[in-house]
Design a protein around this ligand. Structure first.
Ligand code: SF4
Length: 414
């Protein structure tokens, strides 16, 4: 059960019940990527296998990074054959791949088993004062999104369906294999051959798909799997209060990022319809509870939209709002991606002024370096472009087919 009901906006259309493909696809084979270590053990035990086989199988999937059962030489031949019939480790198919000019941002457009498209991004960060070099994967948790934030390409698609835990894990595994095959040489000489960090900031609202997101977090965190530390994972939300409170009660110390994007409800409502259900005050109260319970900090994301929320008075209001909660976390200022429809990023001077006002007001902040403008890295943009291109191709194809049918009819009539 999701923790919360979606707040469909005027732009966010839910698919009609029963529409083909609107549900998560069901197959007879078990998706092993959607199983925790305990579930993997139970699944094998039901098939008469000893307990240690779960470790061997998890090792083949997550350490050797094999997806071919036949190549899992640590398993007996009979079990490999049975796995090939009853289980799968298949990831989605790569439909497009784009790499930024600096080669540090790679975005994949992935096609799921039901033909739906999602995006996943790998971002490579050199070592900095904050720490070692990182290979961060930004995962999607839904196809489309019900929340309709006006600056977000995914929000304009409407909600299609939740991703399964296995489909979320598969996105990370895809880049884990790539990094193993082609390690990144960071400028400081460090070699990165594995995924170090995860952000749940791709397509969809993770807390709307609570159960599958949580399960994926646990699978990605388990020692038998990729063993990515919870403190290296960040779940981003528009502020679904019940989901934040529920996450605080899990025994996982993941970081929380709140998409705030405005200093007051009235302005926030203009770009984020969810504000109607969860006003800023309720979201901040849930954040306080999260920090008190988990001892983790919260990041407040603030996308800077020129002429909308980037004025000095907005910065002053934001500082006044967050200064009493300064111990909670940090503000990430994100100039909107230059390729976003209908919005443009503020000037460098406006960004500096905004930062300075926040800092003077006692609110720690940084400007997140824009990444991948040249590859449409903002959430949903690549899928939108490809889908539009497909639509155009289809309509050209349909016109062509109609023309040919007309010609054939004419020829038949003659
Ligand atoms: S910003 Fe996040 S919650 Fe808002 S529409 Fe985009 S994907 Fe959905």
């Amino acid at each position: 059960m999701p923790t919360d009901l979606p707040i469909p906006s005027a732009n966010a259309s839910l698919p009609p019940a029963g529409e083909i493909g609107s549900e998560t696809p069901v197959t007879d084979q078990t998706d092993l990527l959607g199983l925790t270590a305990a579930e993997l053990g139970a699944w094998l035990s039901e098939r008469g296998q000893p307990a240690y086989r779960a470790r061997q199988l998890a090792g083949a999937i997550y350490h050797t990074l094999t997806s071919d059962f036949a190549a899992m030489s640590t398993l007996p031949a009979a079990l490999r054959e049975r796995l090939a019939h009853e289980a799968r480790i298949t990831g989605p198919t790569v439909r497009a791949e784009v790499i930024s000019k600096d080669v540090r941002t790679r975005k994949l457009l992935l096609e799921l088993s039901d033909g739906r498209l999602i995006e996943t991004v790998l971002m490579l960060y050199p070592a900095s004062a904050e720490g070692r070099a990182r290979a961060t994967v930004c995962v999607s948790t839904q196809v489309g999104c019900a929340y309709g934030c006006t600056f977000c390409a995914t929000g304009q698609m409407g909600f299609e369906r939740h991703l399964t835990a296995g489909e979320i894990v598969a996105q990370v595994l895809r880049f884990a294999r790539d990094l193993r095959a082609h390690p990144w040489q960071a400028p400081d000489g460090q070699t990165l051959d594995h995924v170090t960090n995860l952000v749940f900031m791709g397509m969809g609202e993770p807390l709307h798909n609570y159960d599958n997101t949580l399960k994926a977090l646990r699978i990605l965190n388990m020692p038998e799997g990729l063993h990515i530390g919870a403190r290296h994972m960040t779940v981003s939300t528009v502020g679904l209060v019940p989901g934040i409170r529920r996450l605080a009660e899990e025994d996982l110390q993941v970081n929380l990022a709140i998409s705030l994007h405005a200093p007051n409800d009235e302005l926030r409502l203009r770009t984020m319809p969810v504000t109607r259900k969860y006003p800023i005050a309720d979201v901040l109260a849930a954040c306080q509870a999260y920090v008190a319970r988990t001892n983790r900090q919260v990041t407040f994301e603030y996308v800077l939209l020129a002429g909308v929320n980037d004025a000095p008075e907005h910065a002053r209001e934001l500082a006044a709002l967050l200064a009493p909660l300064a111990h909670l976390g940090h503000v990430n200022l994100i100039p909107v991606n230059a390729t976003a429809a209908n919005y443009r990023p503020p000037s460098g001077e406006a960004i500096r002024l905004f930062r300075d006002i926040l800092r003077a007001g006692g609110v720690s902040n940084s400007v997140r370096a824009e990444r991948g403008d040249d590859i449409a890295a903002a959430c949903g943009q690549l899928r939108t472009r490809v889908t539009q291109a497909r639509g155009n191709a289809q309509s050209v194809g349909k016109k062509q087919a109609a023309h040919e049918a007309q010609q054939a009819q004419k020829a038949g009539g003659e």
